[in-house]
Design a protein around this ligand. Structure first.
Ligand SMILES: *Cc1c(COP(=O)(O)O)cnc(C)c1O
Length: 435
C-alpha cells in the first residue's frame, strides 16, 4: 500500500470534487479494483506515478500516442505554435495542411471536418448520414464503442432487430428506438435487421469499428466487412467506419487501407491529434458537401481546428512511415507471442489477438468473435494479473475489455522486461491459487 500512497491520497482528494475522482470512468480502476495511479510525468514508453515509480505503458493514453509520450518533434511543434496564440476562432492554413494529410493517407476520405473528440466525430457523422439519406435509424454492433453520444449508448433489447434500449439513464427511449444493435461478426443479423418491414428504407447507416478495440481486441471474420459494404450499398444506407482507434494505428490509412474496403464516411480521433484533443470525420465529397455552411446539415465548434491541436496532429502524421509500422508490427508480434507462451506454460486458457501495434488477450478457451464470447473471459484472473503486472512496473489497461497499444518508443528491452514480469506474475498467481 505504502508504495502507492501519494496516488491513493490524490484519489481521495479528487473524489471530493470530481464524481468518481476521474474525468473518464475507466480510469477509476473499478474493473480491476484498487486505487488508480496518478501520473507525475511521462516520456517515451514509460510514465512515473506520483510516488516516483516507473511503469512500462501499454495504454498510451488509450491509443493516441503512437510515437510514445512527449516525442520531441511534437513537443517542439506545440511550443512554437503556443507562442503564436492558442486559439483564434478564425481559419488557419494548419487546418488545410492536416486535412490534406488525412485525405492523402485515408483511402476513402475526400474531404474532412475537424472536431475536438472522437465522440463529436461519430455524433456528427451520424447526423450527416441521416441528413444525406433522409433516414433516421442506425445499425451498430454490441461491444463496439463510438463515444458517449446518446445514439450510441444503446444495447440490444428484446426486440433488437427493430430498436434498442438505453444503456444509460438519461438516454431516452425515443433515441433508443432509432438504434438497432446486433452482434459483431454476424452478417445474418445485419441482413435480418434490414429485412424487417418496420426498417425498410429507414436505416441511414451501418456504423462499425472495423477492428473492434473497445471490448478487448476482436477482429472481423473474413468477409464480414465486405458483407457490410455490400448490404449498405444495396440498401442505400451509408457505411461508417469508426476508425477513431484504428486510424493511423493499424496502417497509415487505417483498416480501410489494410482490408481494401471503402466506407462512405470515416470517423477519426486519437492519433490524429498526437495527444491533443482532435477528432475528425470525412468521406465522399458529395456527402461532405451537405455539411454547413456548404450544405444544410449543421455542425460547429469554438475550438474545432485549434492551432495547437492541428500542429500536434501534423507533426504526428508526418512522422508515420512504413518503417515505423514494420518495427511496431515486429515488436507487437513478439509481445503477443511471448504472452501466449507464458500463459500456455502456466496452463492458463487464453486467446490472443493483434492488429499491427494493437494487442489484446482474453482468459478463455472460447474463440472471441463478439461481445458475448469476449464476456466468457475470466475477468477476476485478469484483475489479479493486472495488479501483479502493476507491482512489477508494467501498466496494462485497467479492464479486460480494452485493447493495448505499443508505440515507436517501445523497445525490445521493454517487451522482454514485460514478458519476464508476466512470468513472475503467473508464478505468484499459481502460488496464491495453491494456498
Ligand atoms: C475512443 C473512441 C471513441 C471516442 O473518442 P473520444 O475522443 O474518447 O470521444 C469513438 N470511437 C472509437 C472506436 C474509439 O476507440
Amino acid at each position: 500500500m505504502a508504495a502507492y500512497e501519494r496516488s491513493i491520497n490524490a484519489f481521495i482528494r479528487a473524489k471530493r470534487v470530481i464524481p468518481g475522482g476521474v474525468s473518464s470512468p475507466v480510469r477509476a480502476f473499478k474493473a480491476v479494483g484498487g486505487s488508480p495511479l496518478f501520473v507525475r510525468s511521462a516520456q517515451g514508453a514509460t510514465f512515473l506515478d506520483l510516488d516516483g515509480r516507473e511503469y512500462i505503458d501499454y495504454v498510451m493514453s488509450w491509443g493516441p500516442l503512437i510515437l510514445g509520450h512527449a516525442p520531441s518533434a511534437v513537443v517542439r511543434a506545440i511550443q512554437t505554435s503556443a507562442a503564436r496564440g492558442t486559439s483564434y476562432g478564425m481559419p488557419t492554413e494548419l487546418e488545410s495542411e492536416l486535412a490534406e494529410l488525412v485525405v492523402s493517407m485515408v483511402p476513402s476520405v475526400e474531404r474532412v471536418r475537424f472536431v475536438s473528440s472522437g465522440t463529436e466525430a461519430t455524433m456528427a457523422a451520424l447526423r450527416l448520414a441521416r441528413g444525406f439519406t433522409g433516414r433516421a435509424k442506425v445499425v451498430k454492433f454490441a461491444g463496439c464503442y463510438h463515444g458517449h453520444a446518446d445514439a450510441f449508448l444503446i444495447s440490444a433489447g428484446s426486440g433488437a432487430l427493430t430498436n434498442g434500449v438505453p444503456d444509460s439513464p438519461g438516454v431516452t427511449k425515443g433515441t433508443a428506438d432509432d438504434t438497432i444493435v446486433v452482434a459483431y461478426n454476424d452478417l445474418a443479423a445485419v441482413e435480418a435487421a434490414f429485412a424487417v418491414p418496420e426498417n425498410k428504407g429507414k436505416i441511414a447507416a451501418i456504423v462499425v469499428e472495423p477492428y473492434a478495440g473497445n471490448m478487448g481486441l476482436v477482429l472481423p471474420k473474413p468477409g464480414f466487412l465486405a458483407g457490410l459494404r455490400e448490404i449498405a450499398t444495396r440498401e442505400g444506407a451509408l457505411l461508417i467506419f469508426d476508425e477513431v482507434m484504428t486510424g493511423f494505428r493499424v496502417a497509415r490509412g487505417g483498416v480501410q487501407e489494410r482490408e481494401g474496403i471503402l466506407p462512405d464516411l470515416t470517423t477519426l480521433g486519437k492519433i490524429i491529434g498526437g495527444g491533443l484533443p482532435v477528432g475528425a470525420f470525412g468521406g465522399r465529397g458529395e456527402i461532405m458537401a451537405q455539411l454547413s455552411p456548404e450544405g444544410p446539415v449543421y455542425q460547429a465548434g469554438t475550438l474545432s481546428g485549434n492551432p495547437l491541436a492541428m500542429t500536434a496532429g501534423i507533426a504526428t502524421l508526418r512522422s508515420l512511415n512504413e518503417e515505423l509500422y514494420a518495427d511496431l508490427d515486429r515488436l507487437a508480434a513478439r509481445l503477443v507471442e511471448g504472452l501466449a507462451h507464458v500463459f500456455t506454460r502456466y496452463r492458463v486458457k487464453h486467446q490472443v489477438a493483434r492488429a499491427g501495434s494493437m494487442v489484446g488477450f482474453f482468459f478463455t478457451d472460447v474463440p472471441v468473435v463478439d461481445l458475448a464470447t469476449a464476456k466468457t473471459s475470466d475477468v477476476s484472473l485478469y484483475a489479479r494479473f493486472f495488479h501483479q503486472m502493476l507491482a512489477r512496473g508494467v501498466y496494462f489497461a485497467p479492464s479486460q475489455f480494452e485493447a493495448g497499444f505499443l508505440s515507436a518508443a517501445h523497445t525490445e528491452a521493454h517487451v522482454e522486461a514485460t514478458l519476464a514480469a508476466a512470468e513472475g506474475a503467473m508464478d505468484e498467481l499459481m502460488v496464491e491459487a495453491a494456498r
